[in-house]
Design a binder for this molecule. Structure first.
Ligand SMILES: *[C@@H]1O[C@H](CO)[C@@H](O)[C@H](O)[C@H]1NC(C)=O
Ligand SMILES: *[C@@H]1O[C@H](CO)[C@@H](O)[C@H](O)[C@H]1NC(C)=O
Ligand SMILES: *[C@@H]1O[C@H](CO)[C@@H](O)[C@H](O)[C@H]1NC(C)=O
Ligand SMILES: *[C@@H]1O[C@H](CO)[C@@H](O)[C@H](O)[C@H]1NC(C)=O
Length: 391
């Protein structure tokens, strides 16, 4: 009967958090029409030089952000202590996770070591930090084609569900701690941009990125009951025949050179856990949602402008199924896209769609907007003014 009890706790905590957030259901005309897009990106840019040895690549970023990393790690420790007071969880981080770094593939293992030594944060904690995002992200991603055939790829990154609700501030503790860690990165080889991303300082995988003039890529979490995180558990226990999802996106951004080759890698590489990859190309009609099981791609959804599908949009549910009724960000996002129309789609109107509640919610950490033809990526740290859905 444990599953039933869990579901009950789950729903009760949803209700409780909703009440404390003073959540009011959105009214019918909720799409933001204009005006929220007022400021230029407030996220700083850093360069990561891929010609340096992996252990040295992140030094500039980490030197600037180490205090924020320490503060984030402290918040995770406090939560873990409150959750498992015996200290067992912390023991695991201090004793077992540092050993895991040796099992991770190059260059990720070396980069993580370099981040630990530059930040003064322990190796186990940096490993924790890097596994963390593989597990607790919920998001909205979309690629839209305008009437001239230009592709716009955008996403909200929502992170920190159940990571401590701050009653007084009506916010998620970890979400707030993450915001100062958001950085834009220009990855260079031979002093030329290879790809650009929006990232959290200290994290070596990729969730959002652009290979200028070739393709754009975002990843969203896929929760499935069977096979969900078994692969991660197997990895820890020694059976290691799949790739970490955000390591695959990083490898694709770094080493793939076209939409087609990126698509093949994202569709066919064996993974540790299911995921959604949202990929845009550089030609009209080139955008798709790749729904992944650990071994293969299921029912890919492509743009089909002739038949009215001028955008593809993914939250955290399979596109051929209804979203969970407690967490429907897809319907409001699509409604606002439809209301905007293809004739009016632009970076600015896409930002408005992603600013519509509950597409924007208390978990939303950043919004990123990418335009492949111009090679641009811009990102914004987000706040959701009250009343606002907790997720
Ligand atoms: C609550 O919000 C205030 C103002 O935004 C901030 O200064 C404070 O640090 C927050 N408290 C916590 C516990 O996050
Ligand atoms: C790298 O490129 C930038 C401009 O893109 C230039 O200012 C800089 O001098 C170059 N650095 C080296 C080492 O070539
Ligand atoms: C990309 O390819 C280069 C050359 O083969 C390799 O050294 C590098 O590790 C690869 N990058 C990733 C992230 O896999
Ligand atoms: C948006 O438009 C598409 C295509 O016409 C349609 O299939 C979909 O049901 C619409 N969604 C909403 C939420 O209005």
């Amino acid at each position: 009967m444990i599953p039933k009890l869990n579901l009950c706790c789950f729903i009760l905590s949803f209700v409780f958090i909703c009440l404390s957030a003073q959540y009011v259901p959105p009214n019918k005309n909720m799409c933001i029409i204009s005006g929220s897009f007022r400021f230029k990106g407030d996220v700083s840019w850093y360069t990561v030089n891929l010609d340096l040895p992996p252990s040295k690549r992140w030094t500039d970023v980490i030197t600037d952000k180490k205090n924020d990393m320490v503060s984030m790690i402290q918040a995770i420790r406090d939560l873990a202590d409150a959750f498992v007071p015996s200290g067992k969880l912390i023991d695991l981080v201090d004793k077992d996770l540092p050993l895991m770094v040796d099992t991770l593939p190059y260059p990720f293992n070396e980069e993580i070591r370099g981040i630990a030594s530059a930040s003064g944060v322990s190796l186990g904690e940096v490993v924790l930090f890097n596994i963390f995002y593989e597990v607790f992200t919920v998001c909205t991603s979309l690629v839209a084609e305008d009437v001239n055939g230009n592709l716009i790829h955008a996403r909200n990154l929502d992170f920190g569900l159940f990571m401590g609700w701050d009653l007084k501030n009506r916010s998620w503790i970890i979400t707030e701690k993450l915001k100062p860690l958001v950085v834009n990165i220009d990855f260079r080889r031979n002093n030329q941009t290879v790809f650009k991303s929006t990232n959290f300082a200290g994290y070596v995988g990729m969730l959002t990125g652009i290979h200028p003039r070739s393709f754009t890529l975002t990843m969203n979490e896929r929760f499935t009951l069977d096979g969900g995180y078994i692969g991660i558990l197997e990895w820890i226990l020694g059976k290691r025949d799949g790739m970490w999802m955000s390591f695959l996106t990083r490898s694709v951004l770094e080493n793939a050179t076209s939409y087609e080759s990126a698509k093949a890698l994202l569709s066919d590489t064996k993974l540790l856990a299911p995921a959604y990859f949202i990929l845009g190309g550089n030609q009209p009609g080139q955008a798709c949602i790749i729904t992944r099981s650990r071994t293969h791609s299921i029912n890919p959804l492509e743009l089909d402008v002739k038949n009215g599908r001028w955008y593809v949009l993914e939250t955290n549910y399979d596109h051929w199924k209804e979203p969970l009724f407690l967490d429907d960000r897809r319907t409001p996002a699509m409604k606002c896209m439809n209301q905007t129309t293809q004739a009016d789609i632009s970076i600015k109107t896409v930002y408005d769609v992603l600013s519509t509640k509950p597409v924007l919610n208390k978990l939303t950490t950043y919004t990123t907007l990418m335009e492949v033809s111009k090679g641009t990526l811009e990102s914004y740290i987000r706040d959701c003014p009250n009343p606002c859905m907790p997720w």
